[in-house]
Design a protein around this ligand. Sequence first.
Ligand code: PHE
Length: 334
Amino acid sequence: KGYIAEAEAFRAHTKEDLEAFRIKFLGKKGVLNDFLAEFKNVPNDMKKEFGQVINNLKNAAQHKVNAIQDELESKVESKNLYGDLTRPGEPFQVGSRHPISIVKNQIIDIFSNIGFNVSEGPEIEDDWHNFTALNLPEYHPARDMQDTFFIQTNPDVLLRTHTSSVQVRYMENNKPPIRTISPGRVFRNEAISSRSHCIFHQVEGLYIDKDVSFADLKQTLLYFTKEMFGKSKIRLRPSYFPFTEPSAEVDIYWGLKTEIDYRITKGTGWLEIMGCGMVDPNVLKNCGIDAAKYNGFAFGMGIERIAMLLYQISDIRMFYENDVRFLEQFKSSI
Ligand code: PHE
C-alpha cells in the first residue's frame, strides 16, 4: 500500500524520470512482478485481498505513466509553437494598388479640391442614357464613333461607351449648380492593340450653373493639368461631340525625353488627353434642366492614357493582364 501512495504522488519533468519510474514499477524486475512472484507464498485466506492490492498498484502505476506521458508530449508541442518569442516573424506579402486606381484617385482628389463630387452609375445602360439624351438620336451618324457592344437590341441594352451616361442620370436627379465627376469602366468594340482596348476607364466631369463660360472650362483644365502633370502647356483643338457645342480636344505637351514618350505621342511630344465643350442646350432640356437659365461645360478623359504617360507604360494591355511583376512595381504608391 505504501507503493500505491508512492506511485500516486509521483511527478516527472523529463522523459528519463518517467522511464525510471516505469521500470521501477512495471519493468521486468519491477515491484509489480516481485509481488506477483510472492503471490504463491501468500496464505489462501489472504490471497483475495493481496490480489486486489496488486491490481490497484498496477492500475495506479499505469495510469500515472500514461498521464505524465501525455503531459510531456503536449509540453513539447507548445514549446514548438511558442518556443522562441524573439525569432523573426514570417514575412507576408502586402498588396499594392492598381495603377488605374492610383491615377483615378489622384484625379478625384484634384477635382474635389475645387468642389466637384463623385457620381457613379451602371455599366449596363439603356439607349436613352448612353445616346439619346446626349443629343444622339437614333440613326445619328455619330453613333458610329462609339463602337458599341449591344447586349440586346430593340429596346437597346448595351455596355456604356462613356460615363457621360452617369452625367445624364445625375442631371435627371439633381438641380444646378452641379459639379460632379464620374469615374468608371467603359466598353468599346475596338481592335485590341498596344494603344487601345475594348475595356478602359474614364473620368468625365460636368459643371452646370448660371453664366458659365468657355474661359471657366479652360481655366479648370489648366488647373487640372498643372496639378496632375506638374505642367500646363496644353492646346485646345476644335472638335465635334454631339453633346457639346462648341467642342474641343485637349492635348498636353509632354515632351520627348524617353523612347516611350515617342511611342505614346507618336513622335510629336503632344498627347490628346481629353474631349470637352460647352454642354449643348438640348442635353440640358433632355435632362430636365432649364436651358434658358443654366449652362455649363463637360469634359471626359481616359485614365489609361494618363497612367501610361505618368508611369511610362508602353502597352495598354499590361493594365488588364494582372502580371504580378507589373503590379508589384506600384507598391510604394497609394
Ligand atoms: N464622352 C466623350 C467620349 O467618351 C468625352 C467627352 C465628354 C467629350 C464630355 C466632351 C465632353 O469620348
